[in-house]
Design a protein around this ligand. Structure first.
Ligand SMILES: [Cu+2]
Length: 109
């Protein structure tokens, strides 16, 4: 039974996400490792804190509202972006931190 179930799960997962990719954006010296990235719907961004203090990554964007809470060095929190649009990402602790994530529909590739 397990042999049959597993491939079906993988298949449905792949068709939902397409060729979903994963990105790592680190937070170091109170800034994001990139100013702007372009990704596709279904992609995941991992926010890795490399500073010896807390960051609190969040977005108030309509397309993708999230708040990852505050977390310490070497911890990663992740967001799957499932709506196309331009997402502004900030840090609640360091107001100068800013990242733009352009989320494209998969057809735009
Ligand atoms: Cu911060």
């Amino acid at each position: 039974m397990r042999r049959i179930t597993l491939p079906i799960l993988l298949l449905s997962c792949a068709s939902y996400t397409g060729l979903a990719e994963e990105y790592v954006i680190s937070q170091k010296n109170k800034s994001f490792s990139e100013d702007k990235i372009t990704i596709n719907v279904g992609d995941t961004v991992h926010f890795l804190n490399e500073d010896p203090f807390f960051h609190n990554i969040f977005s108030l964007s309509d397309e993708q509202f999230f708040d990852l809470g505050s977390y310490p060095k070497d911890e990663t929190r992740s967001v799957v972006f499932d709506t196309p649009g331009t997402i502004e990402v900030e840090c609640a602790i360091h107001s100068k931190m800013f990242l733009l994530i352009e989320v494209k529909k998969n057809e735009d590739k």
